[in-house]
Design a protein around this ligand. Sequence first.
Ligand code: SF4
Ligand code: SF4
Length: 441
Amino acid sequence: MKDSRFSDERYTLTDEKAALAIDVLRKGLNRQLEASLEVCVHCGICAEACHYYVSDPKPEHVPAYRAEQLRKIYRGLFDPVGKAVPKWAGAAQLDEEMAEQLLLNVFGSCTMCGRCVLNCPMGVDTRLIARTARSMLTAIDMTPAGLKATVNVHLESGNNMGVEEIDFVETVEWMEEELQIAVDDPSVKIPIDKKGARYVYTFNPREVKYFPLLIQAAAKIFLSAGEDWTLSTESWDATNYGLFSGDNAAASKIAHNLEKAVLNIGAETLVMAECGHGYRSQRWEGENWVGYKYPFNVVSFVEMQAKYIKEGRLKLDPTVNDKRVTYHDPCNQARNGGIIEEPRYILHHTVMDFVEMEPHGIENYCCGGGGGMLSMSEFAKERIAAGKAKADQISATGAEILATSCHNCLDQLDEIRRHYKLKVKIVNLSELVADAVVWQK
Ligand code: SF4
Ligand code: SF4
C-alpha cells in the first residue's frame, strides 16, 4: 500500500485474502445490495447530501464515487460485460491498490450515516455498500487498528473499554451516594441485578469511565418517575462496534450478551443508553444478527424520558434551563432509528428556548463522528474536516447549549467545538432533563 497509514504487514493483500474478501461480497449479495450496485445513474444528486462533500466539495467526497470502488469489483466478477471487456465496462479486480481505495473510502471518509440513501432518486443504499466493503476488509484483517481493538476488547471483557465489574459497581455506588446528597434523601438506591425488574438499563462505557454524572442523571429520572428498573452486572455496555467493523459474528455475540442479561433479570424491556449506534444495533439490527426474535422489547432512554413526561410522571421546571438550546439528531437514532419527535417533545418541556438547526430530524447532517470514526485515529484529520458542515449548522442557530443523545456525537461535537471555535456548551439530553426534574419524595 502506498499510504503510510497502512504500512503494517496485515494490510498486504495476498491472493488468499482477496479470495476471502470476494467470498464475503458474494455471500452478501442480496436483492438490496445488488440493486444498489446496479442502478446508479451517476446523476450526482447525492453529492450535496454528504457532509464530507458539503464540508469539502471534491469528487472523492461524492457518495457515488465511494460506491464506485466496490461497483468496479462487482462488475468484474458478476457482470457479463464487465467480465468480457473490463476496461470498457469500468470493471476492476481487488488488488492492493483497490484495497487501499476501499480503506480510504469506506472507513476513512464515510460514516454510513445514510443521508445519501435518503436523497438518492434511485434508492441506492451507499451505506450498505460501504458496510459490505467494510465486512470484506474486516474478514481479511484489514480493519483500522483502533476499531479492531474496540471490538476485541468488548468481546474479551464484556465492554468496549475493559471496565472491570468491581469498578462498574463502585462507580454506580459512588453516584448513588452523590444522588442521595443532591436530593437530600439517604434512602435513594440505584438498583443493581434486581431480579424481576421491568426494565434493564445500559450505559456507554464512557459514562462509567469519564462521565459518571450521567449515571446520576439517568438514575434521578428513573427514580423520579417511580420506575421498576435495574442495572445488570452481567452485561451493561450499550455499544456494538461490530456494526461499524462489518463483523456480523462479533456484532451478534455482543448483542447476545445484552440479551442474556435481560433474560436472566427476567425483564420485559431493555433500555438503551443515549447511544445512537447502540440503539440501532440492538433495536434494529440485533435480531438479524442473532437470527431470531427477542422475547423482550428494546427501547431508547430518549423514548423512556418522553414517555414519563407524557404520562405526567416527572415534575419539571424548565426555567432552570433558560439559555437557548439546539439539538443534534444522531444519525443512528433519528434517520436510521426513527426517534425524531421524542427529543423535541422532551426539549419543549425541559428548556425555555429551543431552536432547530437546519436541516434537522431525518435530514440532519452527520456530525462526522459516526461509523466508528472516533476509534480510527488514522482518519482524525478527515473527521474534523468533515465536521465543518455541522459546525456551520450549529453556529447559525445562535444557541448557547447544544444537546444530543449519543456519546460518539458528543465526543465529535466537542472536538469540532474546539476546532471551529464554537461558543456552545455540549450536553446530553438526559442532563437537561435531570436538571429540570423537581425531586419529590
Ligand atoms: S443520487 Fe443515487 S443515482 Fe444519483 S449518483 Fe448518487 S447514488 Fe447514483
Ligand atoms: S452514508 Fe453518509 S458519509 Fe457515507 S457517503 Fe452517504 S452521506 Fe456520505
